[in-house]
Design a protein around this ligand. Structure first.
Ligand code: PAF
Length: 283
């Protein structure tokens, strides 16, 4: 497994592969890898001849009061895990290499950046869109794989790629869950054991929504059912419950008559967890 710490090394490596006609897949990550990331890597491996994983905790997607400083990191373990998955190269630049003295130019998807998580975290999606564009320009992948857990991020990246005619396919991977239904996330390690137990309520609330959805309920009833389930966990500090069109994230109301996505943002102590599930009425 090749470890590229500079853009030049990364570009040279991919250039060599492309000369041999290889298809390249990129899995962008912020490190502290778990089984969810490794599932993305396996999907990338199925799709392409060569797999690159990037590890970069991107400062521009964190707000001033967010957890950039305490975001968990473990490079040695990450590299060992990726080696075990047969990854071909890891791109692991530092902030200076990635941004240098520049940083004036941004990529923004205005509509999708401003709603939902974007309204709670101003500037977050501009940071994501900009760093993902830079990664695409450096690695020039044919495919890039993202988790569906970050549903708004995935929707926004798909739109950015369409709008800017970026020459690659975006693949979404279903959320990978712990045995009790909690979505895997690098932030889970920061939960106390009490909050870790309580956090399983997210999966239960989404399961309740899925069960109800089959009958084509009113969106307001679906929302009530999700909130009622979340309310059974005393430590769940609900930041938002949103039910939106599954393709566009536009607001929906009235009876559920097409796929919708239920998006949750819930704080446990200091840790903000997000989760989602697409639900649809029975055909
Ligand atoms: O989902 C993430 O881990 C990050 O937002 C990403 C896509 C790697 C960009 O920094």
């Amino acid at each position: 497994m090749k470890i590229c710490r500079t853009k030049a090394e990364m570009r040279d490596t991919v250039r060599g592969w492309k000369r041999e006609g290889a298809a390249v897949a990129l899995v962008p990550t912020m490190g502290y890898l778990h089984e969810g990331h490794l599932a993305l890597v396996r999907m990338a491996r199925d799709k392409a001849d060569r797999v690159v994983v990037s590890i970069f905790v991107n400062p521009t997607q964190f707000g001033p009061n967010e957890d950039l400083g305490s975001y968990p990191r473990d490079q040695v373990r990450d590299l060992a895990l990726l080696d075990g998955e047969g990854v071909d190269a890891v791109f692991i630049p530092d902030v200076e290499e990635m941004y240098g003295s520049g940083g004036d130019t941004h990529v923004e998807v205005p509509g999708l950046s401003a709603i939902l998580q974007g309204a709670l975290r101003p500037g977050h999606f501009r940071g994501v869109a900009t760093v993902v564009t830079k990664l695409f320009n450096i690695v020039t992948p044919d495919f890039a794989v993202f988790g569906e857990k970050d549903y708004q991020q995935l929707t926004l990246i798909r739109q950015m790629v369409r709008d800017l005619d970026m020459p690659l396919d975006i693949l979404g991977h279903p959320t990978v869950r712990e045995a009790d239904g909690l979505a895997m996330s690098s932030r889970n390690v920061r939960l106390s054991s009490y909050h870790r137990g309580q956090a399983a309520i997210l999966g239960k609330a989404l399961a309740a929504a899925e069960e109800l959805a089959g009958a084509g309920p009113d969106i307001a009833d679906l929302d009530r059912a999700v909130r009622a389930t979340l309310a059974t966990a005393p430590a769940a500090d609900v930041q938002s419950v949103d039910i939106r069109d599954a393709d566009t994230l536009a607001e929906v109301c009235g009876p559920l008559d097409r796929p919708a996505v239920v998006l949750l943002a819930v704080r446990f102590g200091t840790v903000l967890l997000i989760d989602q599930r697409v639900v649809a009425p029975a055909p």
